[in-house]
Design a protein around this ligand. Structure first.
Ligand SMILES: [Fe+2]
Length: 309
């Protein structure tokens, strides 16, 4: 069939009718969005001359994604989670909120309720043969003053790229900790250098990436939620210089301001000072939180998370 068979007027009227726009029943917000989604979907079908076979293949693909519980992976893979961050950045700029640490995507693998300790935490359970990694930093406000009692909630993959609660191989909450900053706003985590990871081989997300001619890999990273009373919640992550996938993260999570360098400590004296007996990696990541203020767009996101077993 040729493309562009339909008039905009016909598609608009059909979308509006399907979205119940003329009626007073239902949810006005859902109607507002549904009308636009339906109209744009009709436009794409008409412009690209999507065949019935192609359309139903797409429906089946979406159903497979849902059945696999993969939308949390698919959404960053098609840049929409990053796009939501870009919109929030812009909304904050317009609200006069500037100077905080850059945000980036949460990803799908956060589990609430990680053990909470004061000042420092050991995140690994000692079974991972990976490189010991010490992350330290200070949480400050826009005024430069340290924030004592902020909670730095960290989660990351192990040296094989797997997450506790997800890969079925790790103890509950391994490599997931909450650290409350000390009186100087400081936190220190002892852990293991994470590896990057890719979408599962049989996943719909990898299938889509293959069809798009893109890879389905993430560079190594450590996720952060940082909260403190009176401040805006920060969702971010750090990446490491030299990572093969640093600038092509399939999930669009890398932001230049969040790239840190791993300092490889090999000096026996410094190793001993750290209480270790072999070379290790360390990095510093300081965080600036912005004050919460009325009318500012929310940074606390309500979404489904993996439930701790
Ligand atoms: Fe991750």
């Amino acid at each position: 069939m040729p493309a562009n068979l339909m008039s905009k007027k016909v598609m608009k009227a059909l979308a509006a009718e399907a979205a119940g726009v003329a009626g007073s029943q239902g949810n006005a917000r859902v109607k507002e969005v549904a009308e636009r989604v339906l109209y744009r979907m009709m436009q794409v079908i008409d412009e690209c001359d999507v065949s019935m076979d192609e359309f139903w293949a797409a429906v089946g693909f979406i159903a497979k994604t849902a059945k696999n519980g993969e939308f949390g992976l698919m959404v960053p893979g098609v840049a929409i989670e990053h796009f939501l961050d870009l919109r929030l950045d812009e909304a904050e700029r317009l609200a006069g909120i500037e100077g905080g640490t850059m945000r980036t995507i949460e990803g799908p693998l956060y589990v609430a309720g990680a053990p909470l300790t004061k000042g420092e935490a050991r995140m690994d359970d000692g079974t991972d043969p990976g490189e010991v990694f010490i992350i330290s930093g200070q949480v400050r406000g826009e005024d430069g003053n340290p924030i004592a009692g902020a909670v730095v909630d960290l989660w990351h993959a192990n040296s094989k790229g797997g997450y506790s609660f997800i890969d079925g191989e790790q103890a509950a909450y391994n490599l997931r900790r909450r650290i409350e900053t000390d009186s100087e706003g400081r936190y220190t985590a002892r852990t293991i250098v994470p590896n990057g990871y890719g979408c599962p081989p049989e996943s719909a997300t990898r299938e889509l990436m293959n069809m798009l001619g893109r890879h389905a890999e993430r560079p190594a990273h450590v996720h952060y939620f940082v909260t403190a009373p009176g401040y805006r919640q920060l969702t971010t992550q750090i990446n490491f210089t030299g990572d093969k996938y640093l600038h092509t993260d399939f999930a669009f999570g890398t932001r230049d301001e969040l790239i840190v360098t791993l300092d490889r400590v090999t000096d026996p004296r410094r190793i001993a000072e750290a209480g270790l007996n072999k070379p290790f990696a360390r990095t510093t990541f300081d965080i600036v939180l912005t004050r919460e203020r009325a009318q500012a767009p929310r940074t606390v996101v309500q979404r489904e998370h993996v439930i701790a077993a």
